[in-house]
Design a protein around this ligand. Structure first.
Ligand SMILES: [Zn+2]
Length: 341
């Protein structure tokens, strides 16, 4: 456990290989759910430099604890029944700065004042025939409406508290493939960006299950999106039959289950993790990265679960942890690094 991770109350990984609560693991079959979500666009160049795919593994026996702890935090902000969508929560809501003494109003008054400002602005866009902006703002207002009673600082504090809570889940493991598309050459790659990322997560989750105990199985749970659903289902069928480039698949069952992320809390947590990784790699933001990186799958304190596909000279914490791993001679189920730019 790094000193940085322990600052957030992060706990060391639960010793899963042999015993759980005194019961030899060989005596029980464990099932793990791996919640997947992505951040950034896989298209090249697209409008983001990175594409990040995340898988957050949780043993089903701990799902209730994890879910309850998040609901408790959200409840403090009146959001226990709302979707937690990190990017929308952390947007700038410029209307709030136009409202006098916004911080001093109660929640109902804040909501009413923001909605009034927003309606005024939508009317202005309509009257000035700015139909594209009208549609964009209307969409933004719909997605951010549940959070408008919170100031920017309160919203950031909320997301940080959730991230700090995730860092205490010593039973959870985070897997992620973070592709810097500036260094991804489609003509030399075996697979497109998103398929490569999916293959990596599947391979690492499979290896984790193999190393955990002899009877564990896993299931992938993914945010529903028609394009991705079809693509990942077909890929997973292939992996089930032929294996990935890195491993045969014995422990992950079925093709991924696709769920509505607005209703499934743990997919929203995977969304927070993918957001935190991309913001760290693109903007150097560490407030959310540090706590969630503490949950990366590790072997002997070396990170195996998260990779940054970039140049060999990259100095980010993810690459640094991989270099240490390579020098230790530990086998890693990951593709070769990108060539130097
Ligand atoms: Zn890096």
């Amino acid at each position: 456990m790094s000193r940085q991770a322990s600052r957030f109350g992060a706990k060391p990984q639960e010793p899963s290989r042999f015993f759980l609560s005194g019961i030899p693991l060989k005596a029980i079959a464990l099932t793990y759910l791996c919640y997947m979500d992505e951040s950034g666009t896989p298209s090249i160049p697209g409008n983001t430099s990175h594409f990040v795919l995340v898988g957050l593994s949780i043993p089903i026996s701990r799902w209730r604890d994890a879910d309850k702890s998040i609901t408790k935090i959200l409840g403090k902000c009146g959001l226990e029944n709302e979707e937690l969508h990190t990017a929308w929560v952390l947007r700038s809501y410029f209307e709030q700065s136009r409202i006098a003494n916004f911080d001093e109003l109660d929640w109902d008054a804040r909501r009413a004042a923001v909605r009034k400002e927003r309606n005024k602005y939508l009317l202005h866009l309509q009257q000035t025939h700015q139909s594209k902006s009208y549609r964009q703002f209307k969409k933004m207002y719909r997605h951010t409406d549940p959070y408008v009673h919170l100031t920017r600082d309160e919203r950031m504090a909320l997301i940080q508290e959730v991230a700090a809570n995730i860092s205490t889940w010593n039973y959870a493991r985070l897997f992620a493939e973070c592709v810097d598309k500036l260094h991804f050459d489609p003509s030399r790659a075996r697979l497109p960006v998103d398929a490569q990322a999916f293959e990596q997560i599947v391979s690492r989750f499979e290896k984790y299950l193999e190393n955990t105990d002899s009877k564990s199985h896993g299931l992938l749970v993914h945010d529903n999106n028609q394009t991705i659903a079809r693509k990942h289902t077909l890929l997973m069928r292939d992996f089930q039959h032929w294996g990935t480039f890195w491993t045969k698949i014995h422990r992950i069952i079925e093709t991924p289950l696709f769920v509505d992320s607005s209703l499934t809390r743990m997919v929203q947590i995977a969304d927070l993790c993918s957001y935190a990784l991309r913001r760290y790699l693109e903007n150097g933001e560490t407030a959310l990265f540090n706590p969630i990186f503490s949950r990366a799958d590790r072997v002997r304190d070396k990170v195996l679960g998260i990779r940054h596909f970039s140049v060999d000279t990259c100095k980010c914490n993810i690459c640094k942890s991989h270099k240490t791993l390579k020098s230790s001679g530990q086998a890693v189920a990951v593709a070769p690094k990108a060539v130097k730019a």
